[in-house]
Design a protein around this ligand. Structure first.
Ligand code: DGL
Length: 262
């Protein structure tokens, strides 16, 4: 069982930003990744549609022998992680916008959250604010259109810059000094964003924390891989050729991509 892979999924290629952190922290783990790009964006779908996709993908990853699951998508976590945990008996790690670290880091007392509409409207996000925002003012900003460009491997250039300027202008005007990247696609435009923003603005995301938490859960369940024979496998429900094209950009190297049969 320890040699079994960790299953990771997202609505698309955004979860690769989390996969990078997992690979960095857990070099011995085999990883199986599903990009549900045929159904992206999740941010505009109903919670029930997201739960259905998440169940289908989790079932597929369990069929691949996954010993643990990482829902590398804030939107799918908000809509489906409780449902998955009630259905499947294995460690299931979700992710949520980094409100707690941002509330600790801000000096202006005003934090911005860039995330999908689905995440920002969810009960989980409301509960997160109740729990961790404290006296910090939190301003939310949905980012329609950004995920679609990142899915095409477009990480810079005039279209990305125009979107990012538009999304961040109201947050800066409101005095935010800390911005949460509350969607796993957004770390891929982190550099452009940093370049567009004043240098004192901090960007926070949860990829590294999720990888650390995964490690803790594997240790606790005595499931950590011992050997160095880690492999990676990729599936997409979208365009296999496109994922092939964007993998070197987003994952840093080419890899085989298979069609997702669910
Ligand atoms: N990557 C996903 C997230 O972390 C959402 C992208 C989408 O809208 O599909 O929220």
């Amino acid at each position: 069982m320890n040699a079994a892979p960790v299953g990771v999924f997202d609505s698309g290629v955004g979860g690769l930003s989390v996969l990078h952190e997992i690979r960095r922290q857990l070099p011995n783990e085999s990883l199986v990744y599903v990009a549900d790009s045929g159904y992206v964006p999740y941010g505009e779908k109903s919670p029930e549609q997201i739960r259905q996709r998440s169940r289908a993908i989790a079932g597929f990853l369990l069929g691949q022998g996954a010993k643990a699951l990482v829902v590398a998508c804030n939107t799918a976590t908000a809509a489906a992680v409780n449902d998955l945990r009630s259905l499947y008996d294995l460690p299931i790690i979700g992710m949520e916008p980094a409100v707690k670290p941002a509330a600790q880091a801000t000096r202006s007392g005003i934090v911005g959250v860039l995330a999908t509409t689905g995440t920002l409207q969810s009960a989980k996000f409301a509960a997160l604010l109740d729990r961790f925002a404290g006296s910090v003012k939190v301003i939310t900003q949905p980012c329609p259109g950004l995920v679609e460009l990142i899915e095409q491997g477009e990480l810079q250039g005039p279209r990305i810059e125009a979107l990012l300027r538009g999304f961040t202008a109201p947050l800066l005007a409101a005095g935010c000094d800390t911005l949460i990247l509350g969607c796993t696609h957004y770390p891929f435009v982190r550099q452009v964003l940093q370049h567009l923003l004043p240098p004192e603005v901090n960007l926070v995301d949860t990829g590294a924390a999720v990888a650390r938490y995964l490690q803790d859960r594997l240790v606790e369940a005595n499931l950590l891989a011992a050997g160095p024979a880690a492999v990676e496998r990729f599936w997409t429900s979208g365009d296999v050729k496109l994922m092939h094209k964007v993998l070197p950009v987003l994952w840093g190297r080419d890899a085989n991509v298979e069609w997702l049969p669910v």
